[in-house]
Design a protein around this ligand. Structure first.
Ligand code: ATP
Ligand code: MN
Length: 461
């Protein structure tokens, strides 16, 4: 049980009262004389052992039939446990079976594969792993809000439905009121001017453009919300729906942003280690025995900082046989990012100043005319965990880049306006929340760090 909960239980016990524990039975052992029920309520990693004996009126009629998965309510006294693995247990004075379990309950004691558990997402949070994931997500979310709030960043709620493609990557889910079979046409194409919003609309791929609007009025803002990308890549790092944290700071350049990203990651890790010790120990014991050491090491060491050009030199001189060959101008692939963070530098590395040609139109152009002030934070095992940049706040250069990328100016009129009315240097980054959770827990597949993952071919539950 969570330490607070144990304390509360013991306090009530000390006051001479009984305690009540409600939850689901993880395991039930029915011995000759007594029954041992491991009851967990999901609030923390450990369950509590409930000991029920024949003095209970319903011992034969009910207690003896309690099985894994049953919902129960047990009232009794807290006693020191003679058994191994727990400090105390509950000697039941009453045990109520609130929700019995059907015979085909799929979560039996044996270990199930994560693939199988994905098919029963309505029950998998009752397992050790998914329960721990949900608690870590909760602690990390709280840490994220606390981090920004303590620094005076305002939480800005950005829209989920949008008309702009912030990433320009075209991985958009369309939002429409039309029935595809009867949608009105104009010149042979669907006429979205008659659609709900009066134009083509999509689910957002990023809250960045709106966060920039926020920063240019409120100085420091952040968003933390769902984003959607129709990534048709079946990878272990991509979801079609994921949560993104996007701070945006006015009067801030690239260096300030890198500092913010480093402090931010360290604080999340620190807080999760402090708030979820049992869950993190579990991940270390059962999923990846390096996660605790890695996180502690990251908290203590300064991040390495290199330029994209330096990264390319390292990769070219690595003697590695990469699937995607490396030369100046190519986008870093996951294998390259991992080599840098995992093999070469062996800790998180921030890569800055990428070629303009591979980055989005809104990134600040350096004086060399060929790179932009982009930054990616790369970590071992996962690769890119944060992507961000100083934004182009100079109107003429922004226009030039939009023209070069074939973006319609009239569509982004408000974004350009911001460069005409009190424009200042500003910068921000995006952090894929699930990627961080993956990194912290060592979970191999991103589908197992999201309670209800959306991926190609699957949006059940
Ligand atoms: P990748 O190259 O891994 O596809 P990206 O370059 O598309 O990432 P950005 O557009 O920079 O990513 O998005 C910001 C952050 O969101 C990334 O650093 C990553 O942590 C996360 N992210 C991006 N796409 C996904 C996805 N499909 N599922 C989960 N997280 C994602
Ligand atoms: Mn992508």
């Amino acid at each position: 049980m969570a330490r607070e909960k144990v304390k509360a239980l013991l306090a009530r016990e000390a006051a001479g009262g009984t305690v009540t524990v409600q939850g689901w039975v993880r395991t039930a052992r029915h011995g000759k004389e007594v029954s041992f029920l491991e009851v967990a309520d999901g609030s923390c990693f450990a369950g509590v052992q409930v000991v029920a004996g024949p003095e209970l009126a319903n011992f034969e009629t009910c207690v003896r039939s309690v099985r894994t998965g049953c919902a129960v309510s047990a009232t009794g006294t807290v006693v020191d446990s003679p058994g191994k693995g727990q400090r105390f247990e509950i000697q039941a004075q009453a045990l109520e079976l609130i929700g019995p379990v059907a015979d085909d309950y799929p979560l039996q004691k044996k270990r199930h594969s994560f693939e199988f558990l994905r098919t029963i997402a309505h029950l998998r949070m009752r397992t050790n792993t998914l329960g721990a994931i949900v608690r870590v997500r909760n602690a990390a979310s709280r840490a994220i809000h606390d981090f920004f709030q303590a620094r005076g960043f305002l939480y800005l709620h950005t829209p989920i439905i949008t008309m702009s493609d912030a990433e320009g990557a075209g991985e958009l889910f369309r939002v429409t009121e039309f029935d595809p079979d009867t949608a009105p046409k104009k010149d042979g194409k669907t006429d979205f001017s008659q659609d709900f919003f009066g134009g083509e609309s999509f689910l957002t791929v990023s809250g960045q453009l709106e966060a920039e609007i926020g920063a240019l009025s409120m100085s420091d803002v952040y968003t933390f919300g769902p984003t959607f990308r129709s990534e048709n890549s079946n990878t272990s790092r991509h979801l079609a729906e994921f949560w993104m944290v996007e701070p945006e700071s006015a009067f801030c350049e690239l260096e300030g942003l890198v500092d913010l990203a480093e402090a931010f990651l360290k604080e999340i890790f620190q807080r999760v280690l402090a708030d979820c010790p049992d869950d993190m120990q579990f991940f270390n014991d059962r999923i990846d025995n390096s996660v605790l050491e890695t996180l502690r090491h990251i908290i203590e060491t300064p991040f390495e900082r290199i330029t994209y050009s330096e990264a390319i030199s390292i990769l070219e001189g690595s003697g590695q046989d990469f699937e995607f060959p490396v030369s100046w101008g190519v986008d870093l692939q996951s294998e390259h990012e991992r080599y840098l963070a995992e093999e070469h530098i062996k800790r998180p590395v921030v890569v800055v100043d990428y070629p303009a040609s591979i980055k989005a139109f809104y990134m600040y152009k350096n004086d060399d005319d060929r790179t932009v002030r982009a930054m990616d934070v790369l970590v071992p095992r996962v690769g890119e965990i944060i992507g961000g940049s100083q934004r182009e706040h100079r109107l003429d250069i922004l226009r030039e880049r939009m023209r070069a990328q074939g973006l319609p100016e009239d569509h982004y009129w408000w974004y350009l306006d911001l460069r005409r009315y009190g424009s200042v240097p500003h910068a921000g980054f995006g952090l894929g929340f699930e990627r961080v959770v993956q990194f912290m827990t060592g979970m191999a597949n991103i589908r197992d760090v999201m309670p209800f993952p959306r991926v190609p071919g699957s949006a059940e539950f």
